[in-house]
Design a protein around this ligand. Structure first.
Ligand code: ME8
Length: 517
């Protein structure tokens, strides 16, 4: 079945940093894992280029907003390619394919009465470009929950989206789709707020011009959040429910909608869990399958901020990649990141210790031990196993099953743990069976061959499951195990027992060198 995963589209008023790298890496690991399983995957990312924030940042630099957008979108694209991230498209909200389709959707919402012209007064968070209800503003002590700055009282004549009329439908939807938002703690927050009632949301702005013109009333530009949310369908060429799509759209991609996962940070959950589903309901388009709202990276125990000097920016990330390698960076992101309900603390020592204890001591060491012994005792040729795998085919099959279940749930920690625990079991097996002692007794040659052959095959399977996390290094492992064309075969074939043929030449491999700190 076609499967789509998306990142948020990132604001171009900022340069890429660890937060962007994180969400994109999570999606990349998932996309690679699904492709490995033979699924037809579309991985979407891009940039959010309109709105007052971008207009102001550009003005501060004395350049037109489009120029700022061009510069930073190019930087986001460069980062994707330097980091080897495998997105299938990069949508920019200033592209005509997006703007035209957004106007088309908004026109339809006007026609259906889901959008109307009205006056509004409320508590506005300037940093977030978001209004809060009176109750919510009071709860927040009239301060932005994100920036801490005071909320301001604002009045506007605007076009509104009739969000209030979707409350019951949204509640029914959540009842029918209990795992829609994950983790569960985040879904409970959404349901709590939803029960508190919904008010209509402004769809347009008149106080600046850097946005998509509102169709039929060009004094207004479309509110950046509405514009941005639509990227998920405009990039996929999703047209109207009757199947028609605007010319120039990628109609052939519409099969990827609904997305399997929208992966986002928790600060933008309300837009994705309430406003976005309501817009889709209003347009008669299918709902995404799941929204995964992860938590935040903090650094050295504190919220990251440029003024604190603990901000993990692009230069810092590139420093880590230079010292430890790109796969090590991916590993840290995917296995130590804030994917569930708690924030994760980025610390240099922790990065280093994770690298050493997991990548050097397990993922590097186990294949190195096995291939070195095969080198020494069997002249580098895969030995023959008279026991046909012993306990190992079943052990590997259970690792594959655990991994597959975890990928379905976007549980990257569990998915990484399945092959890691397999490698640890192989190490324990080596320690227990002591092939280095068995090798001293010529009468136990057959036993030695079985032990090492089983280890090599199980290592190979662990490597397949690790490959979405560590693509370059697991490519090296495949090459050492004489599996150069492995990537072209099916997942079932790659994870089946008995792929390494007796007599095949295996090379010694040293995947993760120790790094001094
Ligand atoms: O919000 N830890 O864009 P944005 C983890 N354009 N992830 C983080 C993070 C951190 N400390 N900081 C940022 C926008 N992120 C809108 C989105 S979508 C239709 C429009 C990640 O550039 C996380 O994914 O501010 C967060 O949601 C996103 O960057 C915000 O990126």
């Amino acid at each position: 079945m076609p499967a789509c995963i998306t990142t948020p589209i990132y604001y171009v008023n900022d340069r890429p940093h660890i937060g962007h790298a994180y969400t994109t890496t999570v999606c990349d690991v998932w996309a690679r894992a699904m492709r490995l399983r033979g699924e037809d995957v579309f991985f979407l990312t891009g940039t959010d280029e309109h709105g007052v924030k971008v207009e102001k940042s550009a003005a501060a630099r004395g350049i037109p907003p489009k120029q700022l957008a061009d510069e930073n979108a190019a930087e986001f694209k460069r980062v994707l390619s330097v980091f080897g991230l495998t997105n299938d498209d990069f949508i920019r909200t200033t592209e005509p394919r997006h703007e035209l389709q957004v106007q088309h959707f908004v026109k339809r919402l006007l026609e259906s009465g889901d959008v109307y012209l009205g006056t509004f007064e409320g508590w506005y968070d300037e940093g977030q470009e978001e209004y809060y209800t009176d109750t919510r503003a009071k709860e927040l002590d009239y301060k932005s929950p994100i920036s801490g700055k005071p909320l301001v009282r604002a009045t506007e004549e605007n076009y509104y989206f009739r969000l209030s009329s979707f409350q019951e439908r949204l509640q029914a939807f959540y009842e029918a789709n209990p795992g829609f938002v994950q983790p569960a703690a985040r879904q409970n927050e959404v349901l709590g707020r939803l029960r508190g009632g919904l008010q209509d949301v402004p769809m347009t702005r008149t106080n600046f011009t850097w946005g998509i013109p509102f169709p039929g009333d060009e004094r207004h530009v479309i509110y950046v959040w509405i514009d941005a949310l639509f990227n998920y369908v405009t990039a996929l060429g999703v047209g109207d429910p009757d199947g028609s799509a605007a010319p120039g759209l990628h109609a052939e991609r519409a099969k990827y909608w609904p997305a399997q996962y929208h992966v986002i940070g928790k600060e933008i959950l309300w837009f994705h869990a309430v406003i976005w589903p309501a817009l889709l309901m209003a347009l008669g388009l299918p709902m995404p399958r799941r929204i995964h709202a992860h938590s935040f990276w903090i650094a050295d125990g504190q919220k990251m901020s440029k003024s604190m000097g603990n901000f993990v920016d692009l230069a810092t990330i590139e420093g880590y990649i230079g010292s430890y390698g790109l796969d090590a960076w991916r590993w840290y992101m995917a296995t130590q990141g804030p994917l569930q309900a708690s924030d994760a603390d980025f610390r240099a020592q922790h990065f280093h210790d994770t690298y050493t204890s997991e990548l050097v001591n397990v993922v590097g060491n186990c294949p190195s031990r096995v291939t070195a012994m095969i080198g020494k005792y069997f002249d580098g040729k895969m030995p023959e196993d008279a026991q046909q795998g012993g306990e190992w085919p079943a052990r590997c099959a259970s690792a594959v099953a655990d991994w597959t279940r975890a990928i379905d749930e976007l549980d990257l920690v569990a998915a990484a743990n399945a092959p890691m625990s397999l490698l640890r079991d192989i190490d324990a097996f080596i320690n227990r069976t002591e092939p280095f002692k068995v090798a001293k007794d010529p009468a136990r040659r057959e036993e030695l061959a079985s032990i090492l052959s089983q280890c090599a095959e199980a290592v190979r399977i662990a490597g397949v499951l690790l490959s979405p996390f560590l693509p370059a290094k697991m490519g090296e492992l495949d090459a050492a195990l004489a599996q150069p064309g492995a990537a072209g075969t099916t997942f079932a074939a790659r994870t089946a027992w008995g792929v390494l043929t007796p007599g095949a030449a295996l090379a010694k491999c040293a995947l993760f060198p120790r790094v001094e700190r």
